[in-house]
Design a protein around this ligand. Structure first.
Ligand SMILES: [Mg+2]
Length: 395
């Protein structure tokens, strides 16, 4: 069994617990939704949202570093752990050894709100037990790994907190279901994604109106490919939203217009791309929030592909889902790179997203943008169908 995979899943579960606590604990929830009510506390509540992000990221670093000393130095994400409170003090958010100390530290960021600080610290220190993952025996040298973390993907949906969103074809265009915790481990030398977790903290609401989550993991390292989709049930006792069977793989010989290709797009996708897919995808075009959630829709077989032609996803959004897709024989292609180097017969290996090289001419977080867009797919034939289609528009 891969100890690292277990640690990544455990960290994602803890992150999911914190994300749920902030919505279910009354004290924390009131801070989270303050932003909606008035401008007066706007800065403070915006900070609270970031604090949840930062704390989750630090918990993941702390827990993984404890199990695999040294690896914490190669864990990356969007957030830094430095925080400015209402008094203008700079505070480094981190997980202390004792939860009372973590609470004290957090209370400084929360301008003395000890009740909220204690609730957050308690979620951050709670032990998480997960079932045996049955990964089989995996040996990946730890010293050659980097980890990308997105503590709360689709923060906007997290803050909005819509809990009664109605799915279309089992796909939620918005709502808490679109929120995911994403963790991906990659090879520092080659930039290939090797292990991934997608945790969906708000997958379904139980009878007592409490959110239940679920997680998916995958490993794709050398000849080994294993994931949770083949070994565990997809949902925890949910009979109200049965998962549809995946569409048959598109046959490129039929041409795209004849295929049953289905796709999920971002609402931010450019108009002509939306129109093109609306026109050509007989299998349906869906819209959803969150890069992690859209990739999950492909992984679960709810759609064939997730296409995004813009540059506003980042390595932390794609690394975990990408590893999962690879473990099922799919991947995440570098969209515009594929289109630039279109091979004649489409038989060559297509360029995939990589995780170890920043964009030299960019600065700040933009260094880690997937600037050429992406296609998340389970089958290479579907990828080819998408590329063929996109050669007909100007991107
Ligand atoms: Mg994100």
């Amino acid at each position: 069994m891969s100890e690292l995979m277990v640690a990544l899943v455990q960290a994602s579960e803890k992150a999911a617990n914190i994300a749920r606590s902030c919505r279910q604990d009354e004290t924390l929830f009131s801070l989270l939704i303050e932003e909606k009510k008035s401008d007066k506390n706007k800065k403070f509540s915006a900070d609270f949202k970031t604090l949840a992000d930062v704390l989750v990221q630090e918990v993941i670093k702390h827990d993984i570093g404890k199990r695999f000393p040294g690896l914490e130095n190669n864990i990356f994400g969007e957030e830094t752990n430095e925080f400015m409170n209402g008094l203008g003090e700079r505070i480094q958010v981190m997980l202390c050894e004792r939860d009372a100390d973590t609470a004290r530290l957090l209370s400084k960021v929360l301008d003395g709100n000890m009740q909220a600080a204690e609730a957050l610290a308690s979620a951050a220190h709670q032990d998480v037990i997960i079932p045996d993952l049955q990964t089989g025996s995996v040996h990946i040298p730890i010293h050659n790994l980097g980890v990308w973390v997105d503590p709360i993907d689709s923060t906007l949906q997290y803050i909005k907190g819509i809990s009664n969103s109605v799915p279309e074809g089992s796909i939620y265009s918005r709502g808490l279901q679109c929120v995911t915790v994403l963790i991906g481990a990659y090879d520092l030398q080659t930039g290939e994604p090797l292990m991934g977790v997608i945790n969906q903290p708000f997958a379904e609401m139980d009878d007592s109106k409490r959110w239940q989550g679920r997680f998916f993991w995958g490993i794709s390292a050398g000849p080994l490919s294993v994931n949770s989709l083949s070994s565990t049930p997809l949902t925890r006792g949910d009979s109200t939203h049965p998962l549809p069977t995946p569409n048959p793989v598109a046959d490129p010989s039929l041409g795209v217009r004849g295929s049953k290709l289905s796709t999920v797009l971002s609402t931010r996708e450019v108009k002509r791309v939306k129109a093109l897919f609306q026109d050509c995808c007989e299998g349906g075009v869906y819209y959803a929030s969150g890069a992690g959630y859209k990739a999950l829709c492909v992984i679960l077989g709810l759609v064939d592909v997730y296409v995004f032609t813009e540059d506003s996803t980042y390595k932390w959004d794609s690394c975990g889902p990408h590893a999962l897709l690879r473990s099922m024989g799919g991947g995440m292609a570098d969209l515009k790179d594929c289109l630039r180097h279109s091979p004649a017969g489409g038989a060559e290996e297509r360029p995939e997203l990589q995780y170890n090289t920043p964009i030299a001419e960019a600065s700040g977080t933009e260094k880690w943008a997937n600037r050429d867009g992406l296609v998340a797919y389970r089958s290479k034939a579907d990828l080819e169908a998408v590329l063929q289609l996109l050669t007909t528009v100007e991107l």
